[in-house]
Design a protein around this ligand. Structure first.
Ligand code: NAD
Length: 416
């Protein structure tokens, strides 16, 4: 049984959704720690529908409804939720794992509603193809309980983690424990329970040494902040696993600056109370009067107006890249990395001015010192993703900003 939440309803608690009653896998039963523990039984499972993810009649990596199964960690977050929607559109069957430390499960309600409303997928179909389980990747036992009951999947998309450069400078250990520790647990248990040996990893342009040139995948790797260190370490763990000959494959998608919202205005980036607010969400908050001004870190960089340059790409372009990368992985071997960017950079002041045009008001700003760990210039050379994945970002900066403005106007208090 599942409960479909309408957009006007309050955030669903994970316990509300009922578990799918499936038997544990035979190999799980051999493990004393997980013996006899059915998927979700007795746990706070949010399972949408008697999903074929756990159906023992499913053949190979496909479910009874013939959808290709994937697991998405961090799927309630900003990039994860937009990607889950894209996966549903591409007819995947998706199990989302998230501890909700930096998101709310209501994003999944939005995804469900959008899939049906905007993309005309039958509600019964998307309900069957989307499941959610609240689980912390750093809690090995909890994660093991879940993964022991998951049928073999085509791939795992790993979004779960913390993402702020500034916060990581303050709390490097917390970043290391969550981003690296959680990923190590995941990889170990994916192998132990043969869930999947194919991983699509969310990485970041922060893995690169800062450069005044456009960055390509073979540019030097040298993070300047603990967050970037954790992303590079995740890549190395995946690469080692793949290269040690145990039949793994996967790739890292190195995002530059994902921003904007779904064109419906119903799904977008909601700043979480515990995470530092990203640049474009901050602009939205100022325009709504929720924040007094924009603090710009550094006005003496060697750029046209002294402020840092970034490559902003639309969240829907990012989501589409994941579907393209999954297709690519079906026929690829070894480890690969792809930059996701537009190849065009904009200064902070240029983005501010463009957002003022979009929202029709002046936004107050102040300048502060440069922030440790920030690079002056970070723009992608995205040609490899185009060449190999057949993907390119095709939405503009003004579309990014307009979509975000639409989203925050419709949702000034987030999803709730
Ligand atoms: N947004 C960006 O600008 C950006 C840029 C480059 C890379 N990335 C990477 O993309 C991924 C997703 O970013 P996002 O913007 O969607 O972030 P987000 O904070 O919106 O989403 C991350 C999700 O992971 C979950 N999570 C965190 N730790 C977890 C844990 N231990 N167990 C289970 N779930 C956990 C959070 O609850 C959240 O739902 C991250 O790995 C991030 O490093 C993001």
């Amino acid at each position: 049984m599942m409960i479909m939440m309408s957009l006007g309803m309050r955030a669903v608690q994970s316990q509300v959704w009922q578990p799918a009653l499936a038997k544990p896998k035979a190999r799980a039963a051999a493990d004393p720690q997980v013996k006899g523990r059915a998927f979700g039984a007795g746990a706070s499972v949010a399972m949408l529908g008697a999903s074929a993810i756990c159906c023992r009649r499913a053949r190979g990596r496909r479910s009874v409804c013939n959808a290709v199964r994937v697991v998405v960690t961090g799927g309630c977050g900003y990039i994860g939720s937009h990607t889950v929607l894209e996966l549903l559109k591409a007819e995947y069957e998706v199990l989302v794992l998230d501890n909700l430390s930096r998101s709310r499960s209501s994003s999944i309600d939005r995804v469900l509603a959008l899939a049906a409303r905007e993309h005309h997928l039958a509600a019964s179909d998307v309900n069957r193809r989307l499941a959610f389980k609240q689980v912390d990747l750093c809690d090995v036992k909890m994660l093991e309980d879940v993964l022991a009951g998951v049928k073999e999947c085509d791939a795992v998309l790993h979004f779960a983690g913390y993402k702020s450069v500034g916060e990581s400078m303050q709390k490097p250990d917390m970043y290391w424990d969550n981003n690296v520790g959680g990923f190590v647990n995941l990889m170990h248990l994916l192998e132990k329970y043969q869930v999947s040996n194919r991983v699509l990893l969310s990485s970041s342009c922060t893995v690169y040494k800062p450069s005044s040139e456009k960055i390509s995948e073979d540019s030097e790797l040298q993070p300047t902040c603990p967050y970037g260190d954790t992303k590079l370490k995740q890549e190395q763990i995946l690469q080692c696993k793949i290269e040690d000959g145990r039949n793994w494959n996967g790739c890292a998608l190195r995002y530059f600056n994902p921003a904007g919202a779904h064109n419906s205005g119903l799904l977008g980036e909601v700043p979480h109370a515990l995470s530092p607010c990203m640049f474009i969400p901050r602009l939205g908050q100022i325009a709504l009067g929720q924040r007094p001004n924009l603090e710009i870190f550094g006005k003496d960089y060697d750029t046209v107006d002294g402020t840092a340059i970034r490559d902003y790409l639309h969240i829907e372009d990012v989501a589409e890249a994941h579907v393209a990368a999954l297709e690519h992985l079906k026929n690829s071997q070894g480890f690969d990395a792809f930059n996701l960017g537009t190849g065009h950079g904009h200064t902070v002041l240029e983005v501010l001015s463009a957002f003022e045009t979009v929202c029709g008001r002046k936004l107050p700003h102040i300048f502060s010192e440069r922030r440790d760990g920030d690079a002056p210039f970070a723009v992608a050379n995205p040609s490899r993703a185009h060449l190999v994945l057949g993907w390119r970002a095709h939405r503009s900066l003004s579309e990014i900003l307009a979509s975000h403005w639409e989203f925050v106007q419709q949702n000034p208090d987030g999803f709730d």
